[in-house]
Design a protein around this ligand. Structure first.
Ligand SMILES: [Zn+2]
Length: 298
């Protein structure tokens, strides 16, 4: 027995040497999440009978501790339904409704020049939702940056700033400048949430320059290229950017197709993993606090 004691001691030392890194591994962020990019589109629920009726969608939010959502949908009936649903209240989810500019797929590439969209937005704003008035417009897309200068795009940006509505825009960095230029304040008081913070991977220096130029610009981080590296942790340059601007970023699921609803748990787990890389107060702001402050939630 005595003869093997040193071996046992060695083994013990080896095991604890291996155990040390995992003991110090970051733990995932465990607090509440604000899903700032949620679509409840026609195909997700189909007026109740689709694969993700309200109870199914809300169950996903609830089990991931998603306590608030920016809800928007093609057409707006999805948002209206979530805003009114008993399940929403039971799940403790606050709905922050946005007017979507799309009635159907054709509207994606025409909204910026289609006067009937401008009318639809005004009707919808006047109508409001069971969760209160609309708080923003979007998500909208600009596949060509220059369409930010389309007549209806100009009108809607001016309307958003006037009525203190936030804007959720899936655009490139060039279009950010164009949209901001069309705001009466030249971008100084437009609450613009940049969907994906540039899905085409605008260089990090460019993202930083835009954050500097426009004080109310926020970056939403779904699908952002270059954000995460090995093991789903933040890449170093993005970690540095988030630490430099802890008040300017938010997260979202972007349930633009049903596959994103089926992956909802995984998407939220992914956020929790890299949020765990940040100091707890910064993680809390990006996960929840920045969006909650924008919409005056508790
Ligand atoms: Zn989207």
């Amino acid at each position: 027995m005595r003869a093997i004691a040193p071996i046992a001691a060695l083994l013990l030392a080896a095991c604890s040497a291996v155990a040390v890194p995992s003991a110090f591994a970051q733990t995932p962020y465990a607090g509440p999440l604000f899903d700032t990019h949620l679509h409840y589109n026609q195909e997700a629920w189909d007026g109740n009978t689709g694969p993700y009726p309200p109870a199914e969608a809300l169950a996903r939010m609830q089990r991931n501790n998603v306590k608030a959502i920016i809800a928007n949908s093609r057409p707006n009936a999805g948002t209206q339904t979530l805003a009114a649903a008993r399940e929403t209240r039971e799940a403790g989810v606050t709905v922050v409704p946005f007017v979507r500019l799309y009635r159907n797929r054709d509207d994606y590439s025409n909204w910026f020049r289609d006067e009937t969209i401008h009318e639809m937005v005004q009707t919808e704003l006047a109508r409001g939702t069971a969760s209160g008035p609309y708080r923003g417009i979007g998500e909208f897309h600009l596949y060509e940056s220059a369409n930010a200068n389309g007549p209806v795009a100009r009108k809607l940006i001016a309307l958003a700033e006037r009525q203190k509505l936030a804007v959720l825009a899936h655009v490139d960095d060039v279009a950010i400048d164009l949209l901001m230029a069309n705001a009466p304040s030249k971008g100084q008081s437009l609450r613009l949430i940049w969907a994906h913070t540039g899905i085409g991977g605008a260089p990090i220096e460019r993202v930083q320059a835009l954050l500097e130029r426009y004080p109310l610009l926020m970056g939403e981080l779904s699908y952002r290229p270059g954000l995460t590296c090995e093991g789903g942790k933040l890449c170093p340059e993005w970690r540095a950017l988030l630490l430099k601007y802890p008040d300017r970023f938010v997260v979202g699921s972007d349930t633009w197709v049903n596959q994103r609803w089926s992956a909802y748990d995984e998407i939220m787990r992914g956020y929790r993993t890299w949020l765990g890389d940040l100091p707890p107060d910064v993680a809390q702001r990006i996960a929840w606090g920045n969006a909650a402050a924008l919409f005056n939630l508790r």
